[in-house]
Design a protein around this ligand. Structure first.
Ligand code: BG6
Length: 467
């Protein structure tokens, strides 16, 4: 499948929030990798409110790269630093925008990419200020998640951004869409003939999606306490993964073909019933810096989702995600219906177990098929065997999500970004859960979340992740 650029290639990258946390943890390391791979060919203009000078900014970029990539090459860092400019000023001050416009003129830039690595509350000011100096005429904008706080605010944000940029020049980022392992869901499903005939409610019994992290909020308490697990990852990362597992094959390779199929999955999805959702909070969360001492924000959520389509009606989709859990893993497990018992097994051994297809999307990404094979011995019994592939071993190392997405944004490729209607549909799905949240159930660090999460899964069990 090829992707067609729908825009001219960018001739500058402007980073709002250049001295912030996201730039430090993700964007500078990604820019370093792009420089190393030869794909970064434009000036990078940082904009920040902090009272920094060029030298401090370069030092910050340098330190951010080394913190993420300890063996980073000095020569590559130097060539990246040579591309950097810093505009320092208040976002509300017109002088900041004049200075940005004149810096872009200096670089002869006509098609800049504006990356909003800033708190969502600042998106309106920045978008309108870009328009005040005409920088919206041809540039495009990259907006970080979460896109809005609920359905109403997502719609408001879309309306506001559309007054400044047309939809095709708004790139809503969800870094899960930049992960090779997540994109593999699409390719694996639709390039292996053996899967399609059984990928439906006639053969699939349930689907479980787990994203578990061992870390807590780790210094991001004040951000996280205003967000929680539903807004931080369920509404975006997990539902995007779910759509790739559930959707019909796209009619073609264009971004809109893919977005259309995702939109159809969400349109057929019932809003989450708050009684089919359990929220949890790890013990000790309220003591984290930046977290309210009486916070009822969830650090864990488990929910049952249903898709009323010909392919999926009646199949439960179980999703759960959380911080301070037992293991780091992101997995999708597709569970098939049980086969008939081995009627020819005269010894009456155990019935064959259900087949599983497990997609590992985290660090050791790959696929595992859990199948049945004959148990050695005189009887015709079966037992589980795993047929597994580790993608890094089989296919070699792949590029990191932010590097791929920055490359795409600069090249003008929208397919790995989220379209307006798709984002609004995902908010529609989680909205009842946001409106009528049940209380939060405490759980201990290093556990699998609150025991109440079993309520969601209706007598089944959560599959422990394999990694
Ligand atoms: C981010 C969330 O979007 O994704 C974080 O804000 C989370 O809370 C992170 O830790 C997980 O990303 P990854 O790529 O490490 O699975």
């Amino acid at each position: 499948m090829t992707t067609a650029a729908t825009q001219p290639p960018a001739d500058a990258l402007v980073l709002f929030g250049a001295t912030g946390d996201l730039s430090k943890r993700k964007l500078f390391p990604a820019l370093y990798r792009m420089e190393d791979h030869g794909s970064l060919n434009v000036p990078v203009v940082g904009v920040a409110r902090s009272d920094w000078n060029d030298a401090a900014f370069c030092q910050h970029a340098h330190d951010s790269i080394l913190a993420a990539i300890p063996d980073a090459k000095a020569a590559v860092i130097d060539s990246l630093l040579a591309r950097l400019d810093l505009i320092q000023g208040d976002y509300a001050d017109p002088k900041t925008w004049k200075s940005l416009a004149s810096t872009l003129r200096k670089h002869k830039s006509e098609h800049a990419v504006f990356y909003m690595a800033i708190p969502p509350s600042m998106f309106p000011t920045v978008a309108q200020s870009l328009a005040s100096v005409g920088l919206n005429d041809r540039g495009r904008i990259v907006v970080e998640k979460p896109f809005g706080r609920d359905l109403a605010s997502a719609k408001d944000l879309n309306t506001l951004l559309h007054t400044v940029f047309p939809e095709e020049r708004i790139f809503r980022i969800d870094h899960y869409l930049g992960k090779e392992s997540v994109e593999d869901l699409l390719v694996f499903r639709f390039s292996n003939t053996l899967l399609e005939p059984v990928w439906n409610r006639n053969y699939v019994r349930s689907v479980q999606i787990t994203m578990s992290e061992t870390i807590g909020v780790e210094g991001r308490g004040s951000f996280y306490d205003g967000v929680g697990a539903i807004r931080d990852v369920l509404q975006n990362h997990l539902l995007q993964v779910l759509a790739l597992v559930a959707m019909e094959p796209p009619a073609g390779p264009a971004s809109n073909h893919l977005q259309d199929e995702k939109a159809k999955v969400f349109a057929a999805m019932r809003p989450i019933d708050p009684t089919a959702m359990v929220r949890g909070q790890y013990v000790g969360y309220r003591d984290e810096p930046g977290v309210a001492p009486d916070s009822s924000v969830e650090t864990f959520v488990a929910a049952r989702v249903e898709i009323d389509s010909w392919r999926w009606a009646g199949v439960p989709w179980y999703v759960r995600c959380g911080k301070a859990l037992k293991e780091n893993a992101t997995e999708v497990v597709v569970e098939f219906r049980e086969p008939p018992s081995l009627l020819f097994d005269e010894a009456g051994g155990p019935a064959p177990e259900r087949n599983l297809v497990r997609f590992r999307l985290g660090k050791h990404d790959g696929v595992t098929f859990t199948l049945q094979a004959k148990t050695p011995g005189p009887h015709l019994d079966s037992q589980n065997v795993d047929v597994a592939v580790d993608f890094a071993a089989a296919l070699g190392m792949r590029r990191e999500a932010y590097e791929r997405l920055l490359d795409d944004a600069l090249a003008g490729l929208p397919r790995r970004f989220a379209r307006e209607d798709v984002v609004e549909q995902t908010w529609r799905v989680v909205q009842p859960a946001l409106d009528s949240p049940d209380g939060v159930h405490p759980y201990f660090r290093g556990s699998w979340g609150p025991a109440e999460a079993d309520r969601v899964i209706c007598g089944d069990t959560w599959f422990p992740p394999s990694t």
